[in-house]
Design a protein around this ligand. Structure first.
Ligand code: C2E
Ligand code: CA
Ligand code: CA
Length: 764
């Protein structure tokens, strides 16, 4: 009997202790904000009620009351199983219960609860008799169907829960397996105990204690338990994910932790054993006064790949300011640095050739010169004549190829100690020590480029200008300008590829700039005037005149075309001047027509660039219509080279002009690359031969023979011939002897102002 009381006390104490723990768990869970906590709170509360009803069964002497508690206890099981199912669903997410099933389950629990609680009075579930032993309810006969359903519901529910936890335990990450393992184990243990107790009719329902313990474990593992292993593992995974290396040391300088990435960075040479050596090495990089935190950069070679790490050092203190640990974080900045480098490269280099661009070339040259104050440097600039034509004739790809080739040549030219870049378009610049310049090398390079066009009729003319830098403090842009000025001087000289800068060139370029600056104003103020030079027969009777422009400059006096035509052609402004003179000529022809001198003509000059900038045909047609003159009286002088720039297109224009009635003269025949063969392709009306052609010739008698043949040939193909530059009577006689009938030259008259011309030849 004493033993029985002792067992009672133990049993009650255990149940009370558990109830207390469960109540605490329930309270804590109720404070939780998420649904899981709410489920667990409900579940734990239900377990408390269940345990209380168990105690009720033991201490209440009244059979009906004991049966009532028993009923409450059994119905608690229903609710517990249902809450357990919902909790399992929510916690494991292995299955989903349909809302209707949830409602059915709840309704069943409610019905079962009502039936179990009312059982003492209606005995619908089980009979009350034979249920008391020594005043304690411990058993009842399980005969009723409803009671069987109750048990089936309970055990099937529990089995389902166990099954789900079993699956979860296998499937989940090893980090979290421990949670499911404990809940699963406690479920199994509690149910095994329950079956044993039920099977053996043991007086004390020890399973109550087992379920209680299981419920505490559920609370603990679901809400409270975060094992260090999980913290460590997840943190190290996060660190890994952050893609940075971490190493941490305690207050004695002992290594606490090294991330895998850091081990990899040091190719596994770094470990906890030798970490202190590395610590000293890294700490030595601190060049700031702050020892609490600092940063530095480290370069490492990993699998032949150069990587750059930004390392941050920091100390950690607790809330009382006691030193706890310090750590280094290695951030891989290679990608960022590479993209920065790429960006920098893009901003400083030319995308096509990879050479320095203009701005960066200037910076590099300045640095080069300043680094070597004792070295004499030269600026070399190259430019391709009519590069635009290469693009137009051979396509952009060919143009690009030539540019790339030129950039490679630059590289070959700089033997050592030079800087080069692409300044703009087809303009390249190179700064190198003067003593290293080899003209022959430059010429060979140019020949290499010219080879690209060997099987075409295009002549690639590369102009190279060299400026020996006198003053190292001079602006780089000015050095480049000077080299370019030198290059420009050989623009039309196909025999030369290299030109040196001298001060006179600079003066010329200043002069050119002056002309460009004053040009528009001069046109507006009618500062350009037309001079006329007669074109005459042997006896001096005139056929007409050539219009030659003069600039009446307010300060510099009368300027000849040689002083300004070239620069106006270079800048493309010449068409404005030509249109101005053409208009004066047409106007004069109208005046002559009105006074009955329609027999006289005026020849005007057309520049090569005019074809490029204006619609020549339309402009001349308009002039004829505006002044109502005969197009035969306005002759057009064009040089062969002007036609050659775009032969087919220009010939189309010429034919249109001829169809309209204009007469075309080939000017300066014999001064350029004239070829007799070309005459058959150009259907001009007049061939104008320059006497200078004869003067230049080394062998005068040979020159005369050629001149005579040309005059004859022209006559045979139906072209008139006029010789210009006739200065002496002998020349006149000689040319007459050769069959030439028209002449122009100082022998007859220099170009003179229109009024003078009209007076001299009585055109009134
Ligand atoms: P060009 O068309 O060959 O004109 C003939 C040039 O030879 C003129 O020079 C004329 O003064 C010069 N000349 C005439 N007879 C003799 C002579 O017996 N001996 C020598 N040594 N020279 C003689 P100018 O007027 O200085 O013109 C030079 C060039 O300027 C012209 O050569 C022409 O190409 C260009 N030019 C003149 N006026 C115009 C114009 O209105 N428009 C364009 N685009 N060019 C023009
Ligand atoms: Ca002319
Ligand atoms: Ca001429």
């Amino acid at each position: 009997m004493k033993w029985g009381i002792f067992m009672n006390i133990i049993f009650v104490c255990v149940v009370l202790a558990e109830m207390f723990c469960l109540a605490v768990c329930a309270c804590k869970a109720f404070k939780g904000k998420n649904n899981l906590a709410k489920f667990i709170a409900l579940y734990e509360s239900m377990v408390v009620i269940c345990a209380a009803s168990v105690l009720g069964c033991y201490f209440v002497k009244n059979t009906n009351m004991a049966m009532l508690f028993r009923g409450i206890m059994l119905s608690c099981f229903d609710w517990l199983v249902m809450l357990l199912i919902f909790y399992t669903e929510f916690y494991t997410k292995v299955f989903r219960t349909h809302r209707i099933i949830k409602i059915i389950l709840s309704l069943y629990c409610l019905a079962d609860t009502i039936m179990l609680i009312s059982n003492p009075w209606n005995e619908i579930m089980f009979p009350v008799k034979d249920m008391m032993c020594d005043g304690i309810v411990y058993q009842f006969t399980q005969t009723g169907l409803l009671m069987r359903i109750h048990y089936i519901f309970n055990y099937v529910g529990i089995l389902l829960v166990m099954l789900v936890f079993g699956i979860k335990m296998i499937k989940t990450s090893r980090f979290y397996r421990i949670r499911y393992k404990w809940i699963f184990s406690s479920l199994v243990a509690a149910n095994v105990i329950n079956i044993m107790v039920t099977g053996t009719n043991y007086l004390y329902d020890v399973s109550v204690a087992a379920y209680g313990l299981m419920s505490i474990l559920i609370y603990y593992y679901s809400l409270d338990y975060i094992p260090n292993e999980i913290i460590e593992n997840t943190l190290s995974l996060i660190i890994k994910d952050m893609n940075c290396g971490i190493i941490c040391f305690d207050n004695n300088g002992r290594c606490l932790y090294i991330s895998d990435i850091l081990c990899d960075i040091y190719d596994k040479h770094l470990n906890k054993g030798n970490a202190q050596d590395y610590y000293k090495m890294w700490m030595a990089k601190n060049d700031s006064s702050d020892s609490e935190s600092f940063r530095f950069e480290i370069q490492m070679e990993i699998c032949d790949d150069k990587r750059i790490y930004e390392v941050v050092y920091k100390k950690v203190y607790d809330e009382d300011n006691n030193f706890i640990c310090d750590y280094f974080i290695f951030n891989d900045r290679s990608a960022q640095i590479q993209s920065y480098e790429r960006e920098k490269y893009r901003a400083t280099h030319d995308s096509l050739t990879g050479l320095y661009n203009r701005e960066n070339f200037f910076v590099e040259v300045r640095e080069l010169i300043e680094r070597n104050p004792d070295v004499d440097y030269s600026m070399i600039c190259s430019n391709i004549k009519d590069f635009k034509l290469i693009n137009e004739l051979f396509g952009l790809q060919k143009g690009d190829e030539i540019l790339i080739k030129q950039s490679r040549i630059m590289n070959d030219l700089v033997l050592s100690g030079g800087v080069y870049g692409r300044i703009q378009g087809d303009r390249y610049a190179l700064c190198m020590p003067t003593r290293l310049i080899r003209e022959q090398l430059i010429l060979t390079s140019i020949q290499q480029m010219q080879k690209e066009f060997l099987d075409t009729s295009f002549h690639l003319h590369v102009m190279v200008g060299i400026y020996n830098i006198k003053d190292s403090g001079e602006a780089i842009s000015s050095m480049v300008d000077k080299a370019n000025i030198a290059a420009e001087t050989i623009r039309n000289n196909y025999q030369r590829n290299i030109a040196y800068y001298d001060a006179k060139l600079f003066e010329k370029s200043v002069e050119e700039r002056l002309i460009i600056g004053e040009f528009e104003n001069a046109i507006e103020n009618n500062r350009f005037v037309m001079y006329l030079q007669p074109q005459a027969a042997e006896d001096g009777t005139i056929y007409g005149a050539e219009a030659l422009v003069r600039w009446e400059h307010p300060e510099r006096g009368l300027l000849f075309p040689g002083a300004f035509i070239d620069v106006l052609e270079k800048t493309g402004l010449v068409y404005k001047l030509d249109m101005y003179i053409w208009n004066l000529a047409a106007k004069k022809l109208k005046e002559w027509k009105e006074i009955g001198r329609e027999d006289l003509y005026i020849s005007v000059n057309i520049s090569a660039r005019d074809f490029y900038f204006i619609n020549i045909y339309q402009i001349f047609k308009n002039l004829i219509e505006k002044y109502n003159i005969n197009p035969v009286n306005l002759k057009l002088e064009i040089t062969e080279t002007a036609l050659m720039s775009d032969f087919e297109k220009n010939m189309r224009v010429i034919h249109k002009l001829q169809d309209f009635g204009f007469k075309i003269e080939i000017d300066d025949f014999g001064s350029g690359y004239s070829s007799l063969n070309m005459l058959k392709d150009i259907s001009a009306d007049v061939l104008k031969i320059d006497m200078g052609f004869l003067r230049q010739s080394e062998n005068e008698s040979k020159g005369r023979d050629i001149l005579e043949s040309v005059i004859n040939l022209a006559g045979k193909i139906g072209m008139e011939v006029i010789t210009e530059g006739v200065e002496t009577e002998e020349q006149l006689k000689m040319l007459t002897g050769m069959g030439c009938k028209m002449f122009q030259g100082y022998y007859f008259s220099k170009p003179i102002p229109v009024r003078e011309f009209e007076a001299k030849y009585s055109i009134q």
